[in-house]
Design a protein around this ligand. Sequence first.
Ligand code: HEM
Length: 151
Amino acid sequence: MDDLTLARVIHVISVVVWIGGVYFVTFVILPVIKSAADPVARFEAVENQFVNHAKIVVILAGLSGFYMLHKLDGWERYLDANFWWVHAMTFLWLIFTLVLFVAEPLFLHAWFTRRAAIAPQQTLVLASRFHKIMTVLSLITIVAAIYGVHG
Ligand code: HEM
């Protein structure tokens, strides 16, 4: 297997684990725990369990993505609107990177805990809405990337 193919395998596997995990939390875990006795604590336990997986695959997806761009001599794709799907992948990656590595540890977690103590159900609805938006954006980005590469 050449290194470009290996990077593509790492890229796609990372995206499967990452977006699959976000999909599962959004459409399976959140609806199930909504009616639990302590939904916020359960939601946090699920997120705590997934967060390190997410961090690792987000790093791997970024490294393999930039490596492929480098090997394909494709940096100028960022200057070409026809490669909007490369912009979409990078934009989505940037949002998750910022949320996981900057916003969460700096203020998002503290804000969530404070808000959840005052209005748990509303906070969960907000979290659910944010997860749904991110899942839909992610699925659109995957369709766009496959279309961009093979379409
Ligand atoms: C820093 C962020 C990213 C960069 C630089 C990047 C870059 C790339 C590159 C260069 C390719 C190969 C293009 C080609 O063969 O011409 C690719 C493929 C792909 N990427 Fe990304 N990507 C990033 C993030 C993402 C994200 C966040 C997703 C999904 C949500 C994603 C999904 C895919 C998919 C599905 C393919 C197609 C694989 C195939 O069919 O061969 N990428 N990416």
